[in-house]
Design a protein around this ligand. Structure first.
Ligand code: SF4
Ligand code: SF4
Length: 218
């Protein structure tokens, strides 16, 4: 069974936030929330200053503290290692938000359209026409799903996840710098595994024992 994850090349990322916009649109993320965001920091003293960008989304931890913290057992890791929230079970207690060391889970406080006098096509879309992971409502937690709706569809259609645009997480192909990679972390022949080996890929906050599946190339 594959174990999917991401590799993000920080040498290529220049902070344009195309991945942030793609994620918002693809997953109809609640106004004010971000399943994917970019942390920015500077090093040095003017005029010798360098700026760095670190895109952050759910790390799909192999040992996810959010899952353990949820009293409703609403968070599960699926057979491909993807950590998902069951919106029907979530009661919005927010233990997961406190437990996640990466700050990537968000609470939906209220239903709010993007524009005061206009409903976007998504906002008019009937609940039963949406993927279950897009049937969000006030009073629940939301986060990156590694675009499970795309991966699941690819698997059902007999395609290899990541083999084309539609079967790859939305944030990956939109990156103009080609800084994001998706693939099977258990396949020694996959591009992600080769990159991690060659560039000594690092994971964030490994000391928490979370075993995250997002690797960064510095
Ligand atoms: Fe859970 Fe946070 Fe790990 Fe994602 S990064 S699996 S939300 S603990
Ligand atoms: Fe958003 Fe999908 Fe990328 Fe996760 S994998 S950050 S849900 S676009």
């Amino acid at each position: 069974m594959a174990r999917y994850g991401l590799v993000i090349d920080l040498k290529k990322c220049f902070g344009c936030r195309s991945c942030v916009a793609a994620c918002k649109i693809e997953n109809m993320v609640q106004k004010g929330n971000y399943w994917n965001f970019v942390i920015e920091y500077e090093e040095g003293t003017y005029p010798n200053v360098k700026r760095f960008f670190i895109p952050m989304n759910c790390m799909h931890c192999d040992n996810p503290p959010c899952m353990k913290a949820c009293p409703e057992k609403a968070i599960k890791k699926n057979e491909y290692g993807i950590v998902l929230i069951d919106y029907d079970k979530c009661r919005g207690k927010r233990y997961c938000i406190a437990a996640c060391p990466y700050g990537v889970i968000h609470y939906i406080n209220k239903k709010e359209n993007y524009f005061p006098d206009y409903e976007t096509p998504y906002e008019t879309l009937k609940e039963n026409l949406r993927h279950p992971l897009h049937r969000k409502k006030p009073g629940i937690a939301e986060k990156c799903t590694l675009c499970w709706h795309r991966i699941e569809k690819a698997i059902k259609e007999g395609k290899k996840p990541g083999s084309d645009y539609d079967s790859t997480p939305a944030c990956v192909p939109v990156c103009p710098a080609g800084a994001r990679y998706f693939g099977d972390l258990d396949d020694p022949e996959s591009e992600v595994v080769k990159l991690i080996k060659k560039r000594n890929g690092k994971r964030l906050k490994e000391e928490f024992g979370t075993n995250p599946k997002v690797y960064y190339l510095f």
